[in-house]
Design a protein around this ligand. Sequence first.
Ligand SMILES: *[C@@H]1O[C@H](CO)[C@@H](O)[C@H](O)[C@H]1NC(C)=O
Ligand SMILES: *[C@@H]1O[C@H](CO)[C@@H](O)[C@H](O)[C@H]1NC(C)=O
Ligand SMILES: *[C@@H]1O[C@H](CO)[C@@H](O)[C@H](O)[C@H]1NC(C)=O
Ligand SMILES: *[C@@H]1O[C@H](CO)[C@@H](O)[C@H](O)[C@H]1NC(C)=O
Length: 501
Amino acid sequence: MEKALLARCRNRWWLVILAGFLLWFVLILSFHANPIHFVNYSSIDLAENYSQSNNVRSDHAKNKGETGRPFEGMKETSSSVPSSEIAEEKAIRQYREADSISCKGRHVYIQKLPRQFNEDMLRHCESLNNWTNMCDSLSNFGLGPRLPKSNKVLGNTGWYATDQFSLEVIFHNRMRRYKCLTDDSSVASAIFVPYYAGLDVARYLWDSNRTLRDVGPSDLVRWLRRRQEWKVMGGRDHFLVAGRIVWDFRRENDRPPNWGNNLVLLPESMNMTILVLESSLIDRGNDFAIPYPTYFHPSKDVEVRQWQSRMRRQKRRYLFSFAGAPRKDLYNSIRDKIISQCRASRRKCKLLECDSRGHRCHKPIFLMKLFQSSVFCLQPPGDSYTRRSAFDSMLAGCIPVFFHSGSAYDQYKWHLPGDHSKYSVFIPENHVKDGKVVLERRLLQIPKKDVLAMREEVIRLIPAILYADPTSELENYEDAFDLSVKGVLERVQRIREETLG
Ligand SMILES: *[C@@H]1O[C@H](CO)[C@@H](O)[C@H](O)[C@H]1NC(C)=O
Ligand SMILES: *[C@@H]1O[C@H](CO)[C@@H](O)[C@H](O)[C@H]1NC(C)=O
Ligand SMILES: *[C@@H]1O[C@H](CO)[C@@H](O)[C@H](O)[C@H]1NC(C)=O
Ligand SMILES: *[C@@H]1O[C@H](CO)[C@@H](O)[C@H](O)[C@H]1NC(C)=O
């Protein structure tokens, strides 16, 4: 009896050892045969070490205009880092990634587009806009020129004069350092298409030749369609960022206005996920809104925390404020009413007018100062429903006042809470138009404790509405980029499940 038991036990030991050996064997095999290459060529380009990229930045500041090529983000492999070191870094990274299961279902492959769709536009940045030279705005990985230190208004680091239409470049550079990048498209959950759609169309927006505006999009989809990656799901796992409002990409040929190109309406685009600054809100559309870039691009968690606590302590002299211009040519616009109510409120409301004299309203420092000194920030629609200013003011801990649900609630569902009364005040546009509401009185009626709770929520949301510095990563926060990628991955996953039945 005892003997038999012993024998059985011994058998078990053998079993365990055998199983262990087998496991080890399988591991070794899979390590060698592993088809997943977690490190992407371009993540190395940018990984190049922060101090080095800083040098590149200041060099750029010195030579800007001379070389005409301020695009560090686009550099080929770095020459100054010894290749053995790169290999080492690569191996470490590979190990770390392979070791973690956190990338499961989150791999992204960057489609290797011909340069005409991105890099060439940056190379010829001086010709992107007929009125201003975009080269400065697109420098520093798309963040724009560094803002001078100003302890009173801005933090010491992470502040840039970011152009509202530079998101395509920022997003691309962030994607190059995305944790779960893969070089093997067959294991990717989604395919990123780094086309600079907005920079492309902006060159021809005011040109009457429609064909000219449509060249980029039609060349792009023709190229994409021929790729292996397209055939897997007919492009339904593809996504791109078109960093302007969707109305710049949604021209229907037979209908006025004759504005923009037809990017989002092409049959191929219908299969893709297109991220824009303002979406069409059309049922089952393929366009999704993500936040406008703000001026703050922190590279460390501590910068975020410091900024948040500073905004909590901030003294706010004005009950409410408005930065913007009237829209005299839009007869439905409530901006005139908003401006006159603000004037009537005297010391309780601060107005920063963006008329021809009002160049202050384009200077980040004046805007940020205004928003930091206000409890509420008015965000009436302008030419379209959304405004960059909504994000700049939230960044300053100012509670946004919206007048239309298309200005935020219906738009940024991946980034803002569903219950909008937690972080904002809603006053229907009609009530302002009819003169039914006196803004000052309405805002003063909100109990103090509600104001504090809303402000705290706005401050809590700060990381979710900013795009971190593409040369580094935040550790404990998901920023607007992370939330966007997450939203795309979930959507593609849903589509995949639907197709599989
Ligand atoms: C990063 O920069 C530091 C400080 O300049 C340097 O010591 C280190 O070797 C650099 N690492 C790489 C990979 O370039
Ligand atoms: C921009 O300038 C070019 C060259 O001067 C001109 O052909 C083009 O029509 C202009 N585009 C716009 C939108 O004004
Ligand atoms: C419009 O642009 C296309 C493409 O560049 C060109 O072939 C065509 O001649 C232009 N049409 C007009 C009316 O200028
Ligand atoms: C869009 O996706 C569907 C389903 O995968 C596919 O049948 C169709 O061919 C795709 N459209 C294009 C233009 O590739």
